[in-house]
Write a new protein. Structure first.
Length: 114
């Protein structure tokens, strides 16, 4: 008998995506790039289900930001976790980012006149 891996359901209640197992991934269209409380740029994704998720502001993910634009359809996969030599620091997460140009969308700019 062979086992087949299944993916867990997306946690609809949390606005954040955090991968903890190598191979975990998320995909959707980039809605925006947002700055967190520490000055890191985070990506807000719209999943196919319409749910929005905010990706971590990890340094490894930020390396891709200049190559991406709002509307791009991307898949982000946790590729590796490098153990820290210092127990006071978190392990480093390494990501793989892929883009599907055929699934790119244009978001309308919303002009808020108050």
């Amino acid at each position: 008998m062979a086992f087949t891996e299944i993916a867990p359901d997306v946690d609809e209640t949390s606005p954040y995506w955090e991968a903890n197992t190598i191979g975990e991934n998320i995909e959707g269209n980039i809605i925006s790039f947002e700055e967190d409380n520490w000055g890191n740029t985070r990506i807000r994704l719209e999943l196919e289900s319409g749910v929005e998720k905010l990706l971590p502001g990890h340094r490894d993910l930020q390396r891709y930001n200049r190559k991406l634009q709002e509307g791009d359809y991307i898949r982000v996969t946790l590729a590796d976790i490098q153990k820290s030599n210092n127990p006071e620091y978190a392990d480093k997460k390494i990501y793989k980012v892929e883009i599907d140009p055929e699934r790119r969308v244009e978001y309308e700019e919303v002009d808020y006149d108050y």
